[in-house]
Design a protein around this ligand. Sequence first.
Ligand code: CTP
Length: 410
Amino acid sequence: MLNAKRVLLIVTGGIAAYKTPELVRQLKKAGASVSCVVTQAAQQFVTPLTLQSLSGDKVYSDLFSLTDEHEMGHIELSRQADIVIVAPATANMLAKMAQGLADDLAGTLLLATDKPVLVAPAMNVRMWEHAATRDNVAMLKKRAIVFIGPDEGEMACGEWGEGRMSEPEEIVAAIAAFLDAEAPLKGKRAIVTSGPTVEPIDPVRYIANRSSGKQGHAIAAALKDLGCAVILVSGPTHQPDPLGVQTVHVESARDMLAAVETAFPADIFIAAAAVADWRVDLQAPQKIKKSGGAALPEIKLVENPDILAAVSKPGPRRPALVVGFAAETETVIEHARAKLAKKGCDWICANDVSAERKAFGGDENTVHLITRAGIEDWPKQSKTAVARKLARRIADHFAAQTHVSGKTSA
Ligand code: CTP
């Protein structure tokens, strides 16, 4: 239900915190990985050790703990999550969130996160009904914070009314329903190529390029975040395999083509790899030795197969959407347009990889999306942001197609 989803659970200080070990257990049972952050007040109701034992991950609590910052910066903690849950969310926490206060680790994470935030409030009925809380809730809802509960019932203080934290199973179901709605590419399958390819000269030497794999890996992760089943075929990079993405490691262009063909069928193909255009014709079986300068070795190159062009060929196995990249150092748009036509793909992400742009190996990218309908100039942004925008654009494309075919058949 929550397979491979990364949940950041923020536990704040209310009596309902005693239910959070059960919540962690159920989240794990549903397939999620869980990291917990507990406020100082929450530790009065539930011990970090309990949450650590059940989550199997370190529990974070201190904004200024140098060890925590050393291991994982607080921004990173929220970035690595797919979703942030505040349970229980006290009236105090809702007020802090509404005001954007960042005076502890929980507040800071909630201010720093770019992920969806769901809250499960828990408080006394009078606190829930207080005008201050009503205003805070309204403000948070306006900012797309999703509320789970609270439920009506008997409270720990003996009163009856609205303010009980929803039961762990209801919270897990609400998270699953939210993520389902956030998964417009569910049921689709994508193959993404990433990184460089390396072409051997002899057993110890090779020809390669400067591709870091950052863009391709980020695209694979972004598609997966929208519910797509993704196979990433990657040349050698320093990027970690994205969580929840099946990653196949290859070396040469020919290996990459073979791995792509094995991964078929797919609805979406994205060629983000910087595939070597040439390989060494006759790879030396032994290390080539120096001959004292008398005769320098000559390397004869032959052309590699073009993976993007091969996948773009019309036929029953052609993915519905084939997207290429065009790494250009001059006249970017014209060259990219020519590439779209030559390779027969549907879209091209054109990017300027001239030395001054630092796109190769860098963290940012300036992309022009060229479709058959025209050009979209995207602003310079992080490769992660480019990846998310592309994944959304792909989801919108499929949604529009469903809409059109729905209309046609009606
Ligand atoms: N590509 C591929 N297989 C190759 C070469 C390139 O799949 N053998 C893909 C890349 O992954 C990218 C697109 O084709 O999506 C364009 O790559 P690029 O290096 O920009 O272009 P080339 O095909 O190498 O053309 P040129 O050398 O003219 O720039």
